[in-house]
Write a protein that binds this ligand. Structure first.
Ligand code: SAH
Ligand code: SF4
Ligand code: F3S
Length: 477
């Protein structure tokens, strides 16, 4: 179950969508598939906006598409294999439609660049995460008989001026990218290579986007970045929230969070991901000051072993991490959910190191976690300098021990929630039954309950009656 959640979170999500565009000189249809993290899903919405502005239509059926764009993830080998399998399918589609254009976008495109064209003959366009404005031009290059590549990584691009076309939407919750790239260089991670240097987006455009969403009926925004705590924007004199921000004014993440939370008490705010080395008490105090900032912190630890953390270049140790957890509890109390990411079987990990991860989990008792076994990524420091020497069976066994422990902890947390009343934002009809709604509480727990008079997008109070490790079940108060 947890593995399923983990996969869904980072590598193997697939979603497709339909939009229609009024202006379509060509009436060509684009089919889009997205894989990977929330950032990638958010990026696909930017791509959709760029294509729509150029008059392309979008379709959910790849069989009727003139262009297929696959927005890819490179975080683990398995993620890339999934995409290669999809490309096999699209290759067949070219037999039916020889004019079909296949574009590989995102992190795998950035990692492999022109190599992708050599390895995957079906691919016509390769576009990295900072090249999406160029997509219409890349399409016309293909129209002229060339294969087209743009994997230029920018130091400025934030797509701040592009209003995303909300593809992955229930009309209630939306993602807002607040920054791009990552400067951290964790030794196992491909992201700094695929997404480039960190850059923060102008806060006025973030606030404007959140306000616009709220005016359209959205009730929750999730502010996205690889490392939101290092959000830092230096102004060149601008108006933010009605007041003029002076030149060289710095806006940090805690301030940005407050700006978005101030839009309306009925607009919930979430954020992801926090890095333990950067998460400040200021952010925690801001969370405490606003009821509408959800009480959940995703603080990936990766390992409980100091030796591993050092090899991973995470810039903190177990003690520092535990101190940050204490700060969360001291400032926000026990009502704040804490989640993590964990990697099993990193280079040279011993049974002792693994035991340290299990013991840290025991001490912290996360509400939930995304868990993976280590997958070597070419070009990373770990791939160049360390040896991927933990056998796959050992990695898998350690991962299953981590997952089993987390399942116990998730269930234990949920059991403690029984009898409590939570405010829940209704997101959709439950998958299991048309008679039930599904939403989340502030702690990001999924809550399922029998429908009343309320609608999707309403806040309701639910008393928890039952649970499993993944879901809380309750009734309306
Ligand atoms: N910026 C976020 C993580 C983004 S990647 C952070 O620093 O927390 C999401 C997760 O994928 C990571 O937290 C890590 O647990 C996992 N991951 C990254 N590279 C990996 C690799 N090479 N093998 C296995 N898991 C990996
Ligand atoms: Fe990867 Fe580390 Fe950056 Fe997260 S902080 S994206 S794990 S390099
Ligand atoms: Fe994957 Fe790129 Fe996100 S590698 S996890 S899609 S930043």
């Amino acid at each position: 179950m947890q593995q399923k959640i983990a996969d869904a979170a980072a590598a193997d999500i697939k979603q497709t969508h339909t939009i229609t565009s009024k202006l379509s000189p060509s009436f060509r249809k684009v089919y889009m598939e997205s894989y990977g993290c929330q950032m990638n899903f958010s990026d696909s919405e930017i791509v959709a906006a760029i294509m729509q502005q150029q008059g392309f239509l979008l379709t959910t059926q790849y069989q009727e598409a003139d262009l297929i764009f696959i927005n890819t993830c490179a975080i683990r080998d398995k993620a890339e294999q999934t995409i290669r399998n999809r490309l096999l399918l699209f290759n067949q589609q070219k037999l039916y439609n020889p004019a079909l254009i296949v574009g590989v976008l995102g992190c795998m495109a950035e990692r492999l660049k022109t190599q992708l064209l050599e390895e995957e003959k079906v691919v016509d366009i390769v576009a990295g995460p900072d090249a999406y404005r160029d997509l219409p031009k890349l399409v016309s290059q293909v129209d002229q008989g060339h294969r087209a590549v743009n994997t230029f990584l920018s130091r400025e691009e934030t797509y701040a001026d592009i209003e995303p076309v909300r593809l992955h939407t229930n009309g209630v919750t939306a993602f807002i990218s607040i920054m791009r790239g990552c400067n951290n260089m964790c030794t196992f991670c491909i992201v700094p290579f695929t997404r480039g240097r960190e850059r923060s987006r102008d806060p006025s455009s973030i606030v404007a986007e959140a306000k616009h969403l709220f005016s359209k009926g959205y009730k929750e925004v999730t502010l996205l970045g690889q490392n939101v705590d290092s959000y830092r924007w230096v102004s060149a004199a601008a108006a933010v929230e009605g007041s003029i921000v002076q030149k060289n004014t710095v806006v940090n993440f805690a301030q940005l969070l407050a700006m978005v939370a101030s839009i309306d008490p009925n607009l919930r705010v979430r954020f992801s991901t926090s890095h333990p080395k950067d998460m400040t008490d200021d952010v925690l105090y801001t969370m405490r000051a606003y009821d509408n900032i959800c009480k959940q912190v995703h603080l990936p630890v990766q390992s409980g072993s100091n030796r591993m953390l050092k090899l991973m270049n995470r810039s903190y140790d177990r003690e520092w991490y535990k101190e940050r957890i204490q700060a969360i509890k001291a400032i926000l109390g026990d009502s704040c959910a804490i989640s993590s990411d964990m990697i099993a079987g990193f280079c040279s990990e011993t049974e002792g190191d693994h035991a340290d991860t299990l013991s840290l989990m025991e001490e912290i008792q996360y509400d939930f976690a995304f868990m993976f076994y280590y997958s070597e990524r070419p070009g990373t420091l770990a791939a160049r300098k360390y040896c991927d020497d933990v056998a796959v069976e050992v990695k898998k066994r350690r991962l299953s021990e981590i997952i089993a422990k987390q399942r116990i902890h998730s269930l234990r947390h949920h059991q403690k929630n029984i009898g409590q009343v939570y405010q829940v934002l209704i997101e959709k009809q439950s998958k299991k039954s048309a008679d039930f709604f599904q939403g989340r509480n502030s702690q990001n727990k999924i809550v399922v309950f029998p429908k009343g008079k309320q609608q999707v997008g309403d806040y309701v109070y639910v008393r928890i009656k039952d649970c499993n490790a993944a879901t809380l079940f309750g009734t309306l108060c």
